[in-house]
Design a protein around this ligand. Structure first.
Ligand SMILES: C[S@@+](CC[C@H](N)C(=O)[O-])C[C@H]1O[C@@H](n2cnc3c(N)ncnc32)[C@H](O)[C@@H]1O
Length: 218
């Protein structure tokens, strides 16, 4: 399924920059967080906004299938090359978070890694993740979010309202993503919180955790 015109994600400059800088970020500690994000997963999974596919190597062997959604053409090509090189079966598809190409309640887990900052409609993306998960299914997330201090949150607001989304592929530095996950109907146990990089910057404040679509009531 291709992206509709309104949802087209085509950020050639950002895609190039991301593909160039991400390996260094991984070496500085992000790869270990990616591994933690996916640890213990099993069954059928969707990854939303897979980028160049740098999570694929971290999926455990118990994962039977990954549908990796990536709307940006250059990143999708890189992701397809990576998918061919990992033991877990990964299908990379052209689609967007607000319209996932899978049936209702058909998956065991959805993975959102550094993507809920960038989607055009975060509420629609989360509703879709909820829709495709079976009751009891997991949403695994690793996201940078709103800073806890008022000063930095103000800087984030200023960046998000001006240049940042334009230079960073639609990214917003200061979204209150966990509150949005909770509003969608997920159960959200306390996440791991950490700063990456350690310095207090508008992009450092991260959350990593698992939210659940509540089990069906018998
Ligand atoms: C910062 S990159 C992160 C990529 C990858 N998840 C990672 O962890 O390295 C943000 C990704 O979100 C994707 N993206 C942006 N808008 C999207 C949307 N509406 N639906 C799905 N993916 C989207 C971008 O194309 C890009 O691959």
């Amino acid at each position: 399924m291709g992206a509709t015109t309104e949802e087209r994600v085509d950020h050639p400059l950002f895609a190039r920059l991301y593909a160039r800088t991400a390996p260094a970020e991984d070496r500085r500690g992000l790869a270990a967080r990616r591994a933690a994000l996916l640890r213990g997963l099993a069954g059928d999974v969707i990854e939303i906004g897979a980028g160049d596919g740098r999570n694929f190597a971290h999926y455990p062997a118990a994962v039977t299938r990954v549908v990796a959604v990536e709307p940006e053409p250059r990143l999708r090509r890189l992701a397809r090359a990576r998918a061919a090189d990992v033991p877990v079966p990964v299908e990379v598809v052209d689609a967007v978070a607000s319209r996932l190409p899978v049936d209702d309640a058909s998956l065991d887990a959805a993975v959102a890694c550094l993507v809920l900052c960038s989607v055009g409609d975060q509420e629609a993306a989360l509703n879709e993740a909820y829709r495709v998960l079976r009751p009891g299914g997991q949403l695994r997330y690793l996201e940078h979010v709103r800073a806890p201090s008022r000063g930095l949150a103000r800087v984030q607001r200023a960046m998000d309202a001006t240049f940042w989304p334009r230079v960073a592929g639609g990214c917003h530095t200061g979204r209150d993503t966990l509150a949005a996950v909770e509003r969608t109907g997920f159960a959200v146990p306390a996440p791991v919180t950490f700063r990456f990089p350690r310095l207090r910057t508008p992009l450092s404040f991260h959350v990593l955790g698992t939210a659940h679509r509540p089990p069906a009531v018998p």
